[in-house]
Design a protein around this ligand. Sequence first.
Ligand code: Z5A
Length: 219
Amino acid sequence: MSAGSDRGQFITLEGGEGAGKSTQALLLKSWLAAYGLDVVLTREPGGSPNAECLRGMLLGGLIAPFGADAEALVFAVARADHVRETIRPALSAGKWVICDRFIDSTRAYQGGAGVSSKRLAELETIAIGKTRPDLTLILDLPAKEGLVRAGARNPALDRFEADALAVHEARRAAFLKIAKAEPDRCAVINAQADEQSVFDRISTCVSDRLGAALPDNGR
Ligand code: Z5A
């Protein structure tokens, strides 16, 4: 759906651990709300009551023993519910939706764990249908730096944070590859700076890409 329609705009934030997605999602929500927009901030896995139940299982490592294909399937089940119950109704009501992680996390994490791109594409179509992001901000940071940030906040590692540094760097490369393949949807944001500087890059990018959908064209 293009900017300027009655439907709200759908923005996703992606990137590795500790890249600052949650921090920037909150700042972006306040910035958009200052334009008078009704903004829904949500996250994956989760974002609807049923999907939040699956989040606990996924991040707690309960699905991991079933293998990477099963994890991809459960992420897709959670996403389908989230899109149906939260994202689609909000966009239809003209609200803007900011989602902390979405389809590209599945491509980077489950793709990196060996699930074929054909299977991931099928699951993606089932889970989201035509509800695709208007803009995806890929926060890019050396994996080591992101892990230090994430570790300083919470030393307990979840199912995915516990992976080796090389695995985290491979995911970073996967996100950058997605951005290169889909430049109309994706923008890479250098996240190696203080919070405000990163947000300045994000707000500039949102104004450039979605300005036509902002009240008074973002002026
Ligand atoms: N996953 C998957 O495998 N497949 C999927 O399809 C989906 C997800 C959707 C979700 O974890 C996990 O699920 C995730 C991928 C997998 N892997 N892991 N782990 P989560 O939701 O619990 O966590 P996360 O998404 O990885 O986010 P995070 O680690 O919480 O990082 P973040 O949101 O990018 O960063 P943050 O919370 O904003 O900031 C982290 C800390 O750094 C915090 O103390 C901040 O104050 C600090 N910070 C933030 N920005 C800065 C700057 N600019 N400078 C310095 N310090 C900063």
